[in-house]
Design a protein around this ligand. Structure first.
Ligand code: FAD
Length: 364
């Protein structure tokens, strides 16, 4: 994409906010800013891919242990309407509802599932019947449990359309935000030829390059997906066994994802591909070929909670990050909470406030 500002426009730029990064976090921040009538400019350099390659699945249940993911029922109530309103604004379908079928591996897992169906806040998402899927290529001797109120948001399509929307408004520059050029003076921010009230950093794992916030223990977790093609499989349901198998149509299925805390490189790896192929072979017994593979780094925090809030020393620098593997549900809720804090001085939940790490590094 091209740069969208000519020199004259840039020269007189004076705006409320500068936003660094347009993944799920940056998008939710921009929407919240626009709703509140704030002007803003975004910088996006394509250095991180997490939001683009994400499965986009929204699922309030942790399918390993059958527990409710942190605050997920509340996040669902805010986030799905948020994406549905974006569908109207961008004139494209984004939210797709379908059930997840969790393949049981033992009678013990079945029992754990039924115990979970009785739990407060969790039960509404777990169907109380055992399900069968009529497919000769998948054996499931212990049947399936059905998770409800789940589906996916087409994050790649949404971000592409949103970039276009911002570009048409001259609100985005497709270039690297250079931290060395940021000048903080008299309670305001100067960057290149623009003046801003504040900066909101939404760089995902790119935060590690940010001299103001890199003290935060963002550890990152690499994820990879493969896409397989199989004419024979003819699977209509989304299945979760050791991996997710998501039907995409046209005999294509998304399979994944991997979790890797060590490798922080952005490239796809043959090891991840082999692992996923091995895992899918344990579930389906027909031929398939791998036709695509993608990778991204999830911005995962050491304590698995987002990090939002204000820099302890620079009062006009903010951060909205740390969504880990749950950006779809967390993004809109965290953006709203951060803007409530900036605009109305309302408090940030201690659990997500970046100040939980600040004491260790700043003497205030
Ligand atoms: C394989 C995989 C599958 C996933 N599946 C799901 C899923 O099914 N459901 C779910 O909820 N979550 C999923 N996630 C997690 C989800 O993708 C993340 O939680 C979310 O994308 C994080 O969004 P973000 O905006 O904070 O970060 P990012 O997506 O990393 O976005 C940050 C943006 O900032 C830009 N940027 C960084 N530094 C700079 C700079 N200096 N200048 C300009 N621009 C900059 C980057 O280019 C990037 O566009 C998955 C992740 C992976 C890797």
């Amino acid at each position: 994409m091209e740069r969208f500002f000519n020199f004259a426009e840039k020269h007189f730029m004076k705006q409320d906010f500068l936003v660094v990064g347009l993944g799920l976090s940056g998008l939710a921040i921009c929407e919240e800013l626009e709703k509140r009538g704030h002007s803003f400019r975004v910088y996006e350099d394509n250095s991180q891919k997490s939001s683009f390659v994400a499965g986009g699945i929204f699922n309030p249940v942790i399918l390993k242990r059958f527990t409710l993911a942190w605050d997920a029922d509340e996040q669902l109530k805010v986030s799905i309407p948020f994406y549905q309103s974006l569908e109207q604004k961008l004139h494209i379908p984004l939210v797709h509802f379908w059930n997840i079928f969790r393949r049981f591996h033992s009678v013990e897992e079945q029992n754990n599932w039924f115990v979970a169906t009785d739990k407060e806040r969790l039960g509404e998402f777990l169907d109380t019947k055992l399900h069968q899927i009529d497919n000769p290529h998948i054996s499931a001797p212990y049947s399936y449990g059905k998770v409800q109120q789940t589906g996916h948001v087409d994050t790649g399509k949404m971000l592409a359309a949103y970039r276009k929307y911002l570009a048409e408004k001259n609100s985005i520059l497709f270039e690297n935000f250079d931290y060395d050029q940021l000048q903080l003076e008299d309670g305001r921010v100067k960057y290149q030829d623009g003046h801003f009230e504040s900066v909101i950093f939404c760089e995902g794992f790119g935060l590690r390059r940010n001299p103001y916030f890199q003290y935060l223990p963002l550890r990152g977790n690499k994820g990879e997906y493969i896409t397989i093609r199989s004419r024979e499989l003819q699977l209509k349901e989304a299945i979760k066994s050791s991996v997710f198998i998501l039907p995409l149509g046209d005999d294509l299925y998304k399979v994944g994802a991997t979790y890797d805390n060590q490798d922080k490189s952005p490239e796809i790896t043959s090891q991840a591909c082999e692992r996923l192929v091995q895992q899918v072979r344990q579930v389906i017994n027909c031929d398939f070929e791998v036709v695509d593979q993608v990778a991204g780094i999830r911005p995962a925090m050491i304590d698995r909670r987002p990090i939002i809030g204000r820099h302890p020393e620079h009062s006009n620098l903010y951060c909205c990050n740390g969504f880990g593997s749950r950006g779809v549900l967390a993004g809109p809720v965290m953006a709203r909470q951060l803007l409530d804090f900036i605009d109305d001085q309302s408090g940030i939940d201690a659990e997500v406030d970046l100040n939980r790490f600040t004491k260790k590094y700043f003497q205030h």
